[in-house]
Design a protein around this ligand. Structure first.
Ligand SMILES: [Ca+2]
Length: 603
């Protein structure tokens, strides 16, 4: 592929390929505009002339006009007329696709009464949401407090069961609480459809709003702590698992919290995790309070957690588990400090990625939804087909509900749908009991074709936009609170350890052990104050380090590159051997503080 230096583009220009206007493949970097081939499906989508359909076009882009005049040969309006579905943002594209292509299918087959209420504008526009789920006293609320580094209205923390509400912690100009009943009538909030869960739930739902910089880019949902036993579910007065599922469908990340100090997974918690099964890709696990137990015990708890998760989640080994103590208090047992710090940084990085990946998440969820809506349409239309016109409707309905499993299998075969795409049989049977089968609609292929077309073509185009939006977003979006906490400077990993030892000292750190190394040095027959490589090797191999490592040490220690080691260089070599033997990594280049004083440049 020929690489052509392109003109310097201003950084704000959306870098679209001037030939198909869609692919951004070759234009990801302003400095490098290359000749390339547009993917065939993109060319066929964007060029209405039949000759261009399906054909791969190669073109050099460097000569194309750029910046404001990039599309100068086609005015923006003209392009819109020709291609009415060219969206400005991914969110807008998803919203339009949903309304025009998927919603009609959902409505026709009463999808909303079975699976999930219709999506609204706020569902496409809202900030990334993180859902926290865990048993009582696993530190959910404390975790949120740790992230945003301030109390939020409505929070209650204690050793006794306290958080009994769903609290959406969101950004707002002033601090305050909005009760559930008010939240579900606010069109700007993505919670209107929670109305369906009734008053018992709405009285246990609120929004804590506050002007916190972390909440500028993400919202966090705290949930009631889960207790064991059937009793709890009844006393709640609403379907807890169903509410969690509602949230799971709309959030970007689900964090399951476990208490390392008290790992028991109640039946209800197991049920809840099972209810999240379609959203396993969003799940992350936090093994909290890990500083309260000894390392050996922690290993056992970790094993037990993975074993328990294995019984609940299909693929527990791919679920990332973060081990640590997620609050800003001193560690009870500091043995695993390094591990906890690294884990926290990883988790923060994961949360940082949410705003960047939000568009892709929404796209992904729309695909999931469309697949379910298709299967649902097949199920409902199959039931409709079996219903008699006049007599025996009730008995037939009963029979059909009982034989729903067979209907599933038939649809599976006829339409080549994987069994995993079907809604839970038991839940579907339950929901069908209350439905009037005679009002069901027969199969309408056009509705399904439209959805198929959306999945095959429109989504592919949006995907390109997703990548563009991602590339325009800074990598650290979430700011403030614990996200501004930094381990730079002396609190960075490994600072002042290993090869970094003595970094802040005026004295050469190797100097303190030099007398010991000197004693060895003078037994190695130095000539003119220097020993040969062969003699140094005899001593250095005693460390039992592999020759590749010793070779690297030799290279670092022979500072003046004369192929010999003087007493200082020999001491340095021994110091580096010690660094390596203590389990630290060797530096790629010799850091300034390790350079022997006589070889430092004084300016
Ligand atoms: Ca030397």
């Amino acid at each position: 592929m020929q690489v052509v230096r392109g003109p310097q583009l201003p950084p704000y220009v959306l870098l679209l390929c001037p030939s198909c206007h869609l692919c951004s493949e070759a234009f990801s970097s302003p400095a490098r505009v290359r000749s390339h081939a547009c993917p065939p499906q993109l060319v066929s989508l964007s060029h209405s002339t039949p000759s261009a359909r399906g054909e791969v076009r190669t073109h050099a882009a460097a000569a194309s006009p750029v910046s404001g005049s990039m599309f100068s040969w086609v005015s923006k309006d003209a392009r819109r007329k020709k291609e009415p579905e060219l969206f400005q943002t991914v969110a807008e594209g998803l919203r339009q696709l949903y309304a025009q292509k998927l919603l009609p299918l959902e409505e026709h087959y009463r999808f909303h009464e079975f699976h999930s209420p219709a999506l609204e504008d706020a569902d496409f526009d809202n900030k990334p949401m993180v859902l926290l789920v865990g048993q009582y006293s696993t530190g959910k609320t404390t975790f949120i407090r740790h992230l945003i580094e301030q109390d939020f209205p409505g929070m209650r923390i204690g050793p006794e069961p306290t958080t009994d509400s769903f609290i959406a912690v969101m950004h707002g100009p002033t601090e305050g609480v909005v009760p559930g009943n008010a939240l579900v009538v606010d069109p700007r909030r993505p919670f209107r459809k929670l109305n369906a869960f009734g008053n018992a739930f709405l009285n246990r739902f609120m929004c804590a709003q506050l002007p916190n910089p972390v909440l500028d880019s993400i919202s966090i949902i705290d949930t009631p702590g889960i207790l064991s036993g059937e009793k709890q579910r009844i006393s709640r007065g609403y379907d807890f698992a169903a509410v969690l599922e509602w949230f799971a469908e709309r959030v970007d990340r689900i964090i399951l919290l476990f208490d390392a100090h008290k790992l028991d997974i109640s039946d209800e918690f197991s049920e809840v995790i099972k209810a999240l099964k379609n959203h396993e890709d969003k799940i992350r696990v936090v093994l909290n309070k890990a500083d309260q137990i000894e390392t050996q015990q922690l290993m056992r708890v970790y094993g037990a957690l993975m074993w328990s998760l294995g019984k609940i989640i299909n693929t527990p080994e791919v679920v990332r588990v973060y081990i640590g103590s997620f609050w800003s208090h001193p560690l009870l047992i500091p043995d695993n400090r390094k591990l906890f710090e690294a884990e926290e940084q990883d988790l923060f990085k994961d949360i940082q990625s949410l705003p960047r990946n939000a568009a892709l998440r929404k796209l992904n969820d729309l695909i999931k939804r469309a697949r379910l809506a298709k299967v649902h349409a097949y199920i409902i239309s199959s039931l409709k087909k079996e219903m008699p016109n006049v007599f025996g409707k009730e008995s037939k309905k009963k029979e059909l509900v009982n034989n729903l499993g067979e209907i599933y299998q038939k649809i599976e075969r006829e339409h080549q749908i994987s069994p995993g795409d079907f809604p839970s049989l038991r839940k579907m049977q339950e929901l069908l009991q209350t439905q009037d089968f005679s009002k069901f609609q027969a199969l309408k292929p056009k509705l399904l074709d439209t959805v198929d077309d959306m999945l095959a073509n429109d989504i592919a185009r949006l995907m390109v936009m997703v990548r563009q939006e991602e590339s325009l977003m800074p990598s650290q979006v979430v700011k403030g609170g614990a996200f501004d906490g930094t381990m730079n400077g002396p609190f960075g990993h490994g600072y002042g350890e290993g090869a970094g030892e003595g970094i802040d000292d005026v004295e050469w750190v190797v100097g303190k052990d030099k007398p010991t190394y000197d004693e060895i040095f003078y037994t190695l027959s130095p000539v003119n104050g220097k020993i040969t490589g062969a003699n140094a090797k005899k001593e250095m191999v005693k460390s039992k380090l592999p020759n590749t490592v010793l070779g690297k040490i030799w290279k670092l220690a022979d500072v003046d590159r004369d192929g010999l080691l003087d007493d200082e260089e020999f001491a340095l070599a021994n110091h580096l051997i010690k660094v390596k033997l203590e389990g630290h990594e060797l530096p790629a280049d010799l850091p300034p503080h390790l350079v022997p004083p006589s070889k430092r440049r004084h300016e």
